[in-house]
Design a protein around this ligand. Structure first.
Ligand SMILES: [Zn+2]
Length: 158
């Protein structure tokens, strides 16, 4: 008896190439541009270090990781957001940002380390959509696993 494998539907190769090209764009922002997170005068010396290059995914502390994730939201670096989100907590996929959404700034309110491999960052992220201002107030939890800091989840507001 011959068992036939189910027919595999191949995706349109052009679509695959396009999505790969957009997700691996190495220069989402000029290296000399101010960092979206507001800390570094140069993107390349601030969050850009962790988005690509030798320090890719190696933000050294919870605040740096939180800032780099904010900048990744601004620059729509969804691969980075997924890679820095703890696998037990992250969604299956991150959808595209809402059309017209503009991030306006980040303010880190407090940082707390709970031992060498856990921490919390409280922040306010401001954005605008359809002329309406939004404030995201969050206390985020982070853990370090295998030498890398990862975002786990939002805690109750402090
Ligand atoms: Zn930054």
């Amino acid at each position: 008896m011959i068992v036939r494998a189910p027919r595999v539907r191949l995706a349109d190769p052009n679509l695959v190439l396009q999505s790969m090209a957009s997700s691996t764009d190495p220069s989402p922002l000029s290296p000399d541009a101010p960092c979206p997170c507001g800390r570094g005068p140069r993107y390349a010396d601030c969050c850009g270090r962790y988005h690509a290059g030798p320090l890719h995914l190696l933000a050294p502390d919870p605040e740096s990781l939180m800032r780099s994730r904010y900048s990744a939201f601004v620059l729509d670096l969804r691969d980075y957001l997924m890679a820095t989100w703890h696998p037990d907590h992250r969604p299956d996929a991150i959808g595209p940002p809402e059309a017209g959404l503009r991030w306006l700034g980040l303010e880190v309110k407090s940082v707390r380390l709970n031992g060498p491999d856990a921490g919390e960052v409280s922040f306010v992220a401001r954005s605008k959509l359809d002329g309406r201002a939004h404030r995201l107030v969050e206390r985020s939890a982070f853990v370090r696993e295998g030498g890398r800091w990862l975002y786990t989840r939002a805690l109750d507001a402090a």
